[in-house]
Design a protein around this ligand. Structure first.
Ligand code: PRP
Ligand code: ZN
Length: 294
């Protein structure tokens, strides 16, 4: 029996979220410390835990069938590098791992515009994306390749500035740096190997994609239940955007009031609940949806 091989970042920003989403899709992996592979009891799949920077290469040469990787890494290694003969198709944007690639300088350093980077040395793990940006801006600066801990290079006098991934901004702050230009926006994406994939694996990928859709579409959707008068139904549908036709059920004790159940495709804020109440709804319950299959 064929097994899908899925590559994920071994340890980093994307690891836990990816494992969590795979588990919501019914793929629970048994991960042992310091082991590269993890097996799955509930699905014919195997996990490869590797450095995120290596994922594009493993996908390009078919070592892995699928990979969860930051668009930033993919862009740097593949799209901007012509490293591989084949394109690596993105088959799903995952909507997590959102971050930006930014230029940062020591916080006391004067900075007005990117022109101030002229003649400077910028340390980065993303020289291709950075050089494209500098060229487009007409700035002559030197991108120097550093593989890890880029943020300490200004302190070590190895570089004047850095270009690195910023998510919360905590790393920059901790190292006395300020963000001065955002050059690329990224999120986690699911990629598929361009090498030929057999029918059996193709079916598994399609099934996994459907499950991912179910999990991703449930994010931010809520199941809202309330009691309301029949006359207020139109107003309620207006307040809950994206709501499908609600289910209406009679209430045993009342001829005017009904129970209303609605799938709301957006976050339901306190303000929304207050508006529902003002429209005449009562006993409002808001529940998270785990999976949503359309
Ligand atoms: C990036 C970057 C910083 C950190 C920034 O690493 O190199 O270390 O995230 O996050 P913060 O703004 O929330 O502090 P990444 O997770 O891309 O992994 P890497 O170690 O492979 O570069
Ligand atoms: Zn990395």
């Amino acid at each position: 029996m064929e097994k899908l091989t899925i590559a994920i970042q071994k340890s980093g920003r994307l690891t836990d979220k990816t494992l969590n989403i795979l588990s919501q899709c019914g793929l629970e992996f048994h991960i042992k410390k310091d082991v590269l592979f993890a097996s799955c009891a509930s699905y014919p799949a195997e996990l490869m835990l590797v450095r995120d920077d290596d994922i594009p290469a493993y996908i390009a040469n078919g070592t892995c069938d699928l990979g969860f990787v930051g668009e930033n890494v993919l862009e740097e290694k593949v799209l901007k590098n012509n490293n591989y003969d084949l394109d690596i198709p993105i088959i799903k944007k995952m909507n997590y791992g959102k971050c930006r690639l930014s230029i940062a300088v020591p916080k006391e350093q004067y900075f007005e515009s990117v022109k101030d980077l002229e003649g400077k040395v910028i340390a980065t793990s993303y020289p291709n994306i950075l050089n494209d940006f500098l060229k487009a801006q007409g700035v002559d600066a030197k991108a120097t390749m550093i593989n890890g801990a880029v943020e300490i290079t200004p302190k070590l006098n190895v570089a004047d500035a850095i270009c690195d991934i910023v998510s919360t901004g905590g790393t920059l702050k901790a190292n006395g740096l300020k963000e001065v230009a955002q050059i690329y926006q990224s999120e986690c994406v699911l990629v598929e190997s361009p090498k030929s994939i057999c029918d059996e694996k193709r079916k598994m990928i399609d099934q996994l994609l459907q499950r991912l859709d179910g999990v991703l579409s449930a994010q931010n959707t809520k199941y809202v239940m309330m009691n309301a008068s029949k006359a207020s139904l139109d107003k309620i549908k207006e307040i809950l955007p994206g709501a499908e036709e609600p289910s209406i059920m009679p209430l045993a004790q009342s001829s005017d009031k009904v129970a209303v159940h609605i799938v709301c495709k957006e976050e339901v804020f306190w303000k929304t609940i207050e508006q529902l109440k003002a429209a005449g709804a009562s006993s409002i319950l808001v529940l998270p949806i785990e999976k949503y299959i359309q």
